[in-house]
Write a new protein. Structure first.
Length: 127
């Protein structure tokens, strides 16, 4: 599937409200979300191609992923390995902040790689 294909979703808009806002079909929203979750697809470009605000499409993606029975692994970011190198000088002023969804991990000073790996595993499994 390519992003240039503007006909991915047919019948997305099924009507208009009195205030002019579009009414979207469930099947159309689902098809657009599934297309957006494909690797390498730009959500913004896909939304623009179909005349949908990118923020609205991202909202549909969040709702789709939060639904019971939704596959969790499809959109899960891959974790990078935590490596410790003696060539890197760590000082007491060192700091690192990692944001994953609604969780923020702030690390100050020297960090044990195994402890960090354990914390990251816990955060990722909680999602």
């Amino acid at each position: 599937m390519t992003e240039r294909d503007g006909s991915i979703v047919q019948g997305l808009v099924v009507g208009r409200k009195a205030n002019g806002r579009s009414v979207y079909s469930r099947a159309g929203k689902r098809a657009l979300v599934e297309a957006a979750l494909e690797p390498g697809v730009s959500v913004a470009r896909l939304a623009m191609t179909h005349g949908v605000n990118a923020n609205l499409l991202r909202k549909w993606i969040r709702i789709h992923q939060a639904a019971p029975g939704a596959p969790r692994d499809a959109a899960k970011p891959a974790l990078l390995p935590v490596l410790s190198s003696p060539a890197i000088q760590r000082t007491a002023e060192s700091s690192l902040e990692i944001v994953i969804g609604d969780a923020t991990i702030r690390l100050h000073g020297a960090v044990d790689a195994q402890q960090l790996r354990t914390v990251m595993d816990c955060v990722m499994h909680r999602r």
